[in-house]
Design a protein. Structure first.
Length: 148
């Protein structure tokens, strides 16, 4: 069944994408929750007009995201936390702390757009996190966990 997404749906597509899904998934989940509409001819025409109008705005966002990605690529963030004598920290480092450190550097990144390769960071050291800035634009950010 062909549908038009009304919101970004993880692992399926982005807003205004036309995708094919199984009919049950569309009728029982996507359409009732307002995540999609059925792709009729009139809906496709309206969607094409909306996409055409938003194309210029999207190019600007993509350019800005690429600039931020190049700035973030060489950036090393320091996260200061309490730690014991053996280098083990109290608690663990989360995406919230990384997002706050990035915001202090002038980058407004949502914590949900950050993913850490390791499950739990519980020791001092240098680590990498992936930051998704736009649909397909992302970069790796190096962050260093240091003791107070």
């Amino acid at each position: 069944m062909e549908i038009i997404l009304q919101q970004d749906v993880p692992n399926l597509g982005y807003k205004h994408d036309i995708v094919n899904v199984k009919p049950g998934y569309a009728r029982n989940f996507l359409i009732p929750k307002g995540l999609a509409i059925e792709a009729t001819e009139s809906a496709k025409k309206m969607n094409a007009e909306i996409v055409k109008q938003k194309q210029h705005k999207e190019e600007k966002l993509r350019k800005e995201a690429q600039e931020n990605a190049s700035k973030l690529a060489g950036l090393v963030i320091k996260i200061i936390t309490k730690a014991g004598e053996n280098g083990k920290i109290f608690g663990s480092i989360t995406t919230i702390q990384i997002a706050q450190a990035l915001q202090e550097k002038g980058f407004n990144v949502d914590r949900k757009a950050i993913s850490i390769a390791e499950d739990h960071i519980k020791t001092l050291g240098t680590y990498k996190a992936k930051v998704k800035l736009y649909k397909d634009i992302g970069t790796d950010v190096t962050f260093e966990v240091v003791a107070e």
